[in-house]
Write a protein that binds this ligand. Sequence first.
Ligand SMILES: [Zn+2]
Ligand SMILES: [Zn+2]
Length: 285
Amino acid sequence: MNKFKIGCHLSSAGGYLAMGQTARAIGANVFQFFTRNPRGGAAKPVDPADVRAFLDYAEKEGIGPILAHAPYTLNASGADARVREFAESTMSDDLKRLELTPGALYNFHPGSHVGQGAEKGIELISSMLVRILSRLPKPPATTILLETMAGKGSEVGGTFEELRAIIDAVEPMLPYAYRLGVCLDTCHVWDGGFDVVGDLDGVLNAFDSVVGLDRLHAIHLNDSLNVRSSHKDRHACIGKGKIGLDALVRVINHPRLRDLPFYLETPNDLDGYRDEIALLSSRRS
Ligand SMILES: [Zn+2]
Ligand SMILES: [Zn+2]
């Protein structure tokens, strides 16, 4: 029987063990957290005792993989050199800290090219990734995931081809086997124009032929406030948006997706997340 890996975004304010305990209390067995304030800024120092206690707890309770989300302000493809330097130092620092929790996933928004064009954006993002990966242990303990974006403004990563172009630019530059992955956000791809409601198989086939489903390591399971192709990126609670419960139930049960971890980023408090996890678990086939 395949385990349903389901959880949500949690506050990291109390540290790793507290997140593990909170996850368990709401019926989750995976969780996501921000590596630091989502608007940027310095990260709290990691407490090695807390990490050790969490790793023991996670092993005992069957929690994981954990997904660390980079701050939204991280823009590797900014036009301003200081913006790019912030992105590079932040991601470097995040990944160094994640060496303490091997097997974690690290998810980031590829960036916004702010008028420089997608091609330039892709070049800036991939060259940054190559520099960062070259400085980390080889291979690093963490899998880095590019997030599928809604194509809002000048966002890079709103098409599968753009994600593929980043992968193609990074991997040949690394002198050891390392593979970038992808995190697919159901709200973002829907807002980006992909019909996950009417043609989930078609979307997955397109993803497979451009990126490869073996690259897909995580799903952000979100409903959307807006209609398809709106390019808005406004998350809705499960079953309360334009994607709807039935389509999201097909996502969690799809044979090509069902073994992946699912992370809710819906506008909820912990009680709301507990209810959504219970609802989705009841519809797991
Ligand atoms: Zn995200
Ligand atoms: Zn979003």
